[in-house]
Design a protein around this ligand. Sequence first.
Ligand code: DGL
Length: 268
Amino acid sequence: MDNRCIGVFDSGLGGLTCVRELSKVLPGEDVVYFGDTGRVPYGSRSEETIKKYVRSDIEFLMTHPVKLIVAACGTASAIAVPELAVEYDVPVIGVVESAVSAAVSATKNGKIGVIGTSGTVRNGKYRDLLHKADKGFEVFAKACPLFVPLVENGYADHEVAYIICREYLEDIKKGGVDTLILGCTHYPIMKSVISSVMGDSVTLIDPGAEVARYVGEFLKSNELMSDNKCGSNKYFVSDSTEDFGKIAGLFLGKDISDIVKQIDIEKY
Ligand code: DGL
């Protein structure tokens, strides 16, 4: 039993999709969330900058009594976590591995799509791990940079989202994939649009949900579960709390405006 908290970070507020999933799977756990809203987006930055940012995100979370840290950010998970995780004595877990293992279990025809930020797709971590699981997999990857602003501006279900989605996913659809990894925090919010473009027969993999399941198993098997019935969450951001509080409702389904605090991430 271990009542320390779970740290979760993201480049902004998209990682709240992962917090929502963690609360479903592990309702007794306390969560400390950091959203790097002052330096978002990560998806279009250089690998060097992303690693620098991720290091400070982890350092900030380490100022809390964390037993485990989850990189909810798809870009951070693909680009920085493999190299930085080994530097810390608490486990730092990214979303890529559990999403890949869910996709490997789901696919029947071995044709798998991956969508994410430009950085995630360029880096190729998903493709590498899928090919490590099975060299015969055909992987179709596509960066979908407009999805993040669509979600953040409330257009996740709008007609414009369908038009952009059809355009982005055309080649992946033509490739005949039966499984599609939504490799960016924001994309699960567009699940219904993506599903209507891809068709019902395509399984959509939500990395936030998969990592939440993995964290649950990890805590159980390492006897690190909290014995609280109901956990509490803390939220920190590196820019104004006002906008974050408002949009956070979209991701969490509840208002957290009153409890979000701003910190100076440059200090970490
Ligand atoms: N959180 C990022 C991700 O999942 C998306 C937003 C960004 O580009 O920072 O890749």
